[in-house]
Design a protein around this ligand. Structure first.
Ligand code: CTP
Length: 447
């Protein structure tokens, strides 16, 4: 029996796929089709796939050409599969001409003619509504945001708002945007959604005005500095059928999402302690060191570190206390202990004190170690008493990493999803509550 194997994503199954599968089947007696897993596609930068792996497997099955369907989940798997299944022929479309010649060592490689004029990319583009996004603010993070939108389908940054017109013009020219504005109402009139990347204390008003104008909102961290404000905004968004999402970038990145699912599956047993640290030294005349602009290590770095704790241990903490070193009214260092009935957690943050920026999740069976900078998660280890059981996980953290939150935001709008399991509304509210507690000086000890 002659066995043939072929691979693909098979998103939005089209005639090109069907022709390819037919031709591959005709090469032998038995056809194995490898369908990429969702995480494998995300890992290789294919963020826009519409159908999930089950839907894609079902469509391949429905063609009737596949005798067996397997999931492709890692780089190098093709060599393993060819040997494991005793494959005679590896077949793939001619768009890959030459790229799989290395498989000739294991079986015959055949490049089949590709059907002209159709591709999943084309179908996604044709059927995808493009949402016009406006950026509020023109600082560092806003500048990183625009290039990241280019790798996500269904989004176009069309305008920038800055109360300083000169800044808006420079930003708009730098990124070749269609418009810029120093008038918020006029700016809102031109967009479907906004990304807020303005100074911390302006977030609440900009979110509120945007929602009131019927716009979806993605807001940078710190989202808002009060739990009550966060709750009011989420309630408003929900009743008005709008997306409101905190841009806590790590929460959406593939490696961090994998950590949370591994932990929830019990891989390190019951979680007893989470330690998250983040420090970035700041000098000079900057917003981070300005008390009137809500500067300080807590406002700056608590959102990401608290996100990891709330994701892993939940929002029902029983006690929080803070320890800070303060200079000119801002905390240059803060340590907070967040206690739960059955677990402990701590965050260690610095803008004038340097600490190791790692994340350690300790459980009754083992622990997860994510080295600095843990918030740009691309690598982590699961470690046990018996070190032979240790496991290392490697991921790609593509670009500036904002593409993952942008993709989630656009997908929520397009698919009418108003809540996101990667960062729940109640989790964002819990984070804002702890930050508010600190700013109200509850349980704060000054060192
Ligand atoms: N294929 C083909 N003719 C097309 C499109 C795809 O023969 N018009 C083949 C590919 O060469 C590959 C298989 O179908 O062997 C699965 O390809 P896949 O990457 O899933 O499809 P594309 O439409 O190329 O997807 P994308 O646009 O996302 O790259």
């Amino acid at each position: 029996m002659k066995k043939v194997i072929t691979y693909g994503t098979y998103d939005l199954l089209h005639q090109g796929h069907i022709n390819l599968l037919r031709r591959a089947k005709e090469l032998g007696d038995y056809l194995i089709v490898g369908v990429t897993s969702d995480s494998f596609d995300r890992g290789r930068g294919k963020l826009n796939v519409r159908n999930n792996v089950l839907e894609r497997v079902e469509s391949v099955k429905a063609t009737g050409y596949a005798d067996e369907i397997i999931i492709e989940d890692y780089l190098g798997q093709k060599i393993d599969d060819i040997q494991k299944y005793n494959v005679d022929i590896f077949a793939i479309g001619s768009d890959w001409e030459g790229q799989f010649d290395y498989l000739n060592e294991y079986c015959k490689v055949v490049y089949l003619p590709r059907t002209k004029g159709v591709s999943s990319t084309m179908l996604r583009a044709e059927s995808q509504e493009v949402y016009k996004v406006g950026i509020v603010g023109s600082g560092r993070i806003a500048n990183r945001f625009v290039p990241e939108t280019k790798v996500v389908n269904g989004v176009e940054v069309v305008s920038v708002f800055d109360p300083d017109k000169e800044n808006a013009i420079v930003f708009s020219n730098t990124h070749a945007l269609k418009a810029h504005s120093d008038n918020y109402d006029a700016f809102l009139g031109e967009v479907d959604a906004v990304y807020i990347a303005s100074p911390h204390l302006t977030h609440y008003d900009y979110i509120k005005k945007s929602l009131e104008a019927g716009k979806h909102v993605l807001c940078e961290i710190p989202f808002v500095l009060s739990g009550t404000q966060a709750k009011n905004l989420f309630d408003y968004a929900e009743t008005h059928d709008l997306v409101l999402l905190e841009a806590s970038k790590t929460a959406f990145c593939p490696a961090f999402c994998h950590i949370t699912t591994l932990v929830k599956s019990g891989i390190i047993g019951e979680v007893i302690d989470v330690k998250a640290s983040l420090s970035k030294m700041v000098k000079g005349d900057t917003r981070e060191l300005d008390v009137t602009q809500a500067g300080g290590a807590m406002n700056e770095h608590a959102p990401l570190t608290l996100m990891s704790i709330i994701k892993l241990l939940g929002k029902d903490y029983s006690k929080v206390d803070f320890y800070s070193k303060v200079e000119n009214g801002v905390d240059v260092y803060t340590k907070a202990n967040i206690c739960y009935p059955h677990a402990t957690a701590s965050i260690t943050l610095g803008i004038g004190v340097k600490t190791e920026g790692n994340l350690i999740i300790s459980g009754t069976k083992g622990y997860i170690y994510v080295p600095a900078p843990w918030w740009l998660t691309d690598y982590f280890e699961i470690r046990y008493e018996d070190q032979t059981k240790n496991k290392k996980y490697f991921y790609c953290y593509d670009g500036d990493g904002l593409r993952y939150e942008i993709q989630e935001f656009i997908s929520m709008i397009a698919n009418h999803r108003r809540s996101c399991y990667k960062l729940r509304r109640r989790e964002s509210i819990a984070i804002a509550n702890i930050i508010e507690m600190y700013n109200n000086k509850e349980n704060v000890t000054i060192l």
